[in-house]
Design a protein around this ligand. Structure first.
Ligand code: GDP
Ligand code: MG
Length: 389
């Protein structure tokens, strides 16, 4: 039998973010290497984190890689967020679930467009705590590295983070992977910074269970499995659930985390749920597994939206009533139409209040964050301020 997951330490979800090629995946592999040497994790090599693009393109595997490890005080699920603009959608849905982020910035290259875009999105989707890994410190010149550190602190301050005080740790993922003690020590320092800077979040354990579906898999002989992070509440084998979107009720017949069966999954856990008698093609990413009757899908809402400026990769032209982008709400991707207030026009860079009518209903609530996308790029990020209307 598989070894069961034993909850001995608080569980947190963290993720790497930052510009492509600044070393997010290398750093992720290095963290697992250092912790496996310490005996509190399994080494996950670079090419197992950086999954083959064709797999991602077919959409059957997880396009954001999760690895798990433990420090002295915490159990972490670590998401290596893809840096490429095409994958911002996953950055958004992934970032929505992380309790903290490691912003990876190359000490050689400094702040780049995706660095800024990820910081902005992190802020918009409510990532409260950021630790900076100034990576490639093995290759950067001291003076330049100093400048890059100032630049990153400024960027974070400009987006409302405590840029002056948050930890910035100089690391080399590459050298740490090679086992160089100076740089494995730097990874330890980074993990200490994460342990101390990112607090254990308040988990809504008493709320009715809710899990936005990230992926659907079939396990031969066992049935359909959905994966995702529990947003709130708890779930156990035998619990009745509803799959919103699929319009079906079922029973949970298995609960696992990272391949280990667990007695009870809680808010914040990354889990796989086996669902009794649900056909594979009935469930999709974007559906929601919840306590039956606890949620009401809605189409209309009011929101505050910040449109990215053109320089941030946003639109070049204004938005007017009738504009029809895609809305990324939890893991769902829904088209909708926008109505603007009196002025009826919003420019890239503006923060506006607008009414949205989605093409189909999804569970909505005040405070829910979302991304606005069109033609494959993010053009805004918003928060639901009122449901209905
Ligand atoms: P990602 O796109 O942010 O995930 O970046 P990768 O982890 O794929 O790394 C991009 C490139 O930078 C690769 O060629 C790595 O070998 C190199 N790299 C990553 N970390 C370091 C580092 O600490 N030092 C040096 N010199 N190169 C690094
Ligand atoms: Mg990568």
């Amino acid at each position: 039998a598989k070894q069961a997951y034993v909850r001995t330490k608080p569980h947190l979800n963290i993720g790497t973010m930052g510009h492509v090629d600044h070393g997010k995946t290398t750093l992720t592999a290095a963290i697992t290497k250092v912790l496996s040497d310490r005996g509190t994790g399994a080494f996950v090599p670079f090419d197992r984190i950086d999954r083959a693009p064709e797999e991602a393109a077919r959409g059957i595997t997880i396009t954001i890689a999760h690895v798990e490890y433990e420090t002295g005080t915490r159990h972490y699920a670590h998401i290596d967020m893809p840096g490429h603009a095409d994958f911002i959608k996953n950055m958004v849905t992934g970032a929505a679930q992380v309790d903290g982020a490691i912003l990876v910035v190359s000490a050689v290259d400094g702040v780049m467009p995706q660095t800024a875009e990820h910081v902005l999105l992190a802020r918009q989707v409510g990532v409260e705590h950021v630790v900076v890994a100034l990576n490639k410190a093995d290759a950067g010149e001291e003076e330049l590295t100093e400048l890059v550190e100032l630049e990153v602190r400024e960027l974070l301050t400009a987006h409302g983070y405590p840029g002056d005080t948050l930890p910035v740790v100089r690391v080399s993922g590459l050298r740490a992977l090679e086992g160089d003690p100076r740089w494995t020590g730097a990874i330890e320092a980074l993990l200490d910074a994460v342990d101390t800077w990112v607090p254990v979040p308040e988990r809504y354990l008493d709320a009715p269970f809710l899990l936005p579906v990230e992926n659907v898999l079939t396990i031969t002989g066992r049935g359909t499995v959905v994966t995702g992070a529990v947003e709130r509440g708890t779930v156990r084998v035998g619990d009745k659930v509803e799959v919103l979107g699929a319009g079906t009720e079922t029973v949970v017949t298995g609960v696992e985390t990272f391949g280990k069966p667990m007695e009870e999954a809680q808010a914040g856990d990354n889990v796989a749920l086996l669902l009794r008698g649900v056909p594979r093609d009935a469930v999709r990413r974007g559906h929601i597994v919840a306590v039956p009757g606890s949620l009401t899908p809605r189409r209309r809402f009011t929101a505050t939206v910040r449109l990215l400026s053109t320089r941030e990769g946003g639109r070049r032209t204004p938005v007017t009533s009738g504009y029809r982008p895609q809305f990324y709400l939890r893991t769902a991707d829904v088209a909708g139409e926008v109505a603007l207030g009196e002025d009826g026009i919003a420019l890239p860079g503006d923060t506006v209040t607008l009414d949205v009518g989605l093409d189909h209903a999804v569970p909505l609530e005040t405070g829910l964050g979302f991304a606005v996308r069109e033609g494959g790029r993010t053009v805004g990020a918003g928060t639901v301020t009122r449901v209905g209307g």
